[in-house]
Design a protein around this ligand. Structure first.
Ligand SMILES: [Zn+2]
Length: 56
């Protein structure tokens, strides 16, 4: 299964690798320390697309 980089919506830095099979909350950016929620859809694990929300 492919792994994708989840990037921080605030600074664009790397936050974590994920296969995007399930949504996550409180993902932390390793660069700026921002936390955000990652929401995936049923085809995210193929397309690598995801949305972020709750940035703080
Ligand atoms: Zn960041």
């Amino acid at each position: 299964m492919a792994m994708f980089d989840i990037r921080c919506p605030k600074c664009g830095g790397f936050a974590q690798s994920s296969n995007l099979t399930c949504s996550k909350s409180n993902v932390m950016c390793t660069c700026c320390g921002a936390k955000f929620d990652v929401k995936v859809t049923s085809d995210s694990s193929k397309t690598g697309r995801y949305t972020t929300s709750n940035i703080h």
